[in-house]
Design a protein around this ligand. Structure first.
Ligand code: ZN
Length: 317
């Protein structure tokens, strides 16, 4: 077995291990913390005040925080995993993202407990920061026996690229061009990306009030309704606004290129690359038509091709 495989196996052994067990929230869900949160966020939603107040769902993690006294109930598994990565040279860490799911509202008086598991450790990945591993932990938050929410937290533990010295080439090798970033597919937008795979652009439609929406969301901003179906976009649109990307030069892309905010004939807007004219000829109001562009053999993305200026065809990427 190669050394790299052996290391990957050692990392994988941490998947499923507990990072924290059966801990209790430091305080019950309470109005003062809710009030401070809403003030800090500028959130005046009436659902978060008054006798029937609920806690803002995004406060989920706040109820699990232990303050300056530090953590109790934490297992060694998470520290051991980070130590293993440190020893192998992946000494830097950056938090990359978090995902939360809400199963029921939390209300003042609710007393939460939670535990945490090391859910996954990625393959070795190369990023702009350096090469390393994404480590995802999942916290399950309960009131009594009921799961009320989950909080996934992801870090990149990486070996930083050394910027001093001249031994590293300053120009990336084109033959080693990294792959385009893949779409982040989650429960809320999975239907959109399933449509894209079939070369169909699906717009979410509220079945309560008929309002179309994009990007995909769990509920309707117009009426609050949770139920939805989809309509397939005709593919006609116009450039509502755009930017031309020059900098920073993401390695997977070839700047300069134009990114449009496209207003679809159906009324919703979405972002996509504008093709068919040189980047500096993109203008607000240009009519565009949907295409699906294949990238790297297994990634199809919706793009927008300008529908006039025949003489300029072929200047796209
Ligand atoms: Zn609605």
């Amino acid at each position: 077995m190669k050394a790299g495989d052996e290391f990957a196996t050692r990392l994988k052994a941490y998947e499923g291990r507990r990072a924290a067990v059966a801990r209790a929230g430091r305080d019950p869900v309470n109005m003062p913390m809710i009030r401070h949160w809403c003030e800090a966020m500028g959130d005046t939603n009436p659902a978060y005040s008054g006798p029937d107040a609920i806690a803002p769902p995004t406060m989920l993690q706040a109820w699990t925080m232990s303050g300056l006294v530090g953590h109790t109930g934490r297992t060694h598994a998470y520290d051991d995993l980070l130590g293993l990565l440190d020893e192998a040279g992946f000494t830097s860490v950056v938090a990359t993202d978090c995902e939360q799911e809400y199963l029921r509202p939390l209300r003042p008086g609710d007393e939460i407990t939670f535990d945490s598991v090391i859910e996954s450790i990625s393959e070795k990945k190369t990023t702009k920061l350096g090469t390393g591993y994404f480590v995802t932990t999942r916290m399950d938050i309960r009131v009594g026996p009921d799961l009320v929410g989950t909080h996934r937290f992801r870090i990149l533990k990486y070996a930083p690229i050394r910027r001093a010295g001249r031994e590293q080439p300053s120009q990336p090798d084109r033959r080693q061009k990294p792959a385009r970033p893949r779409p982040v597919v989650n429960r809320d937008n999975a239907g959109f990306w399933e449509g894209v795979e079939q070369h169909r652009l699906l717009i979410q439609r509220c079945t309560g009030c008929g309002t179309l929406r994009h990007p995909w969301l769990p509920g309707c901003n117009a009426c609050g309704g949770p139920d939805w179906d989809t309509v397939e976009a005709s593919g006609e649109g116009t450039v509502y606004s755009y930017v031309v990307m020059h900098h920073p030069p993401f390695p997977a892309f070839d700047p300069p290129y134009a990114v449009g905010l496209i207003e679809l004939a159906e009324g919703v807007r979405m972002i996509g690359n504008v093709l068919g004219v040189p980047y500096d000829k993109v203008r607000i109001g240009l009519p565009v038509r949907l295409e699906f562009q294949e990238y790297e053999e297994e990634l199809a993305l919706p793009v927008w091709r300008v529908q006039e200026a025949e003489g300029m065809q072929g200047a796209d990427t």
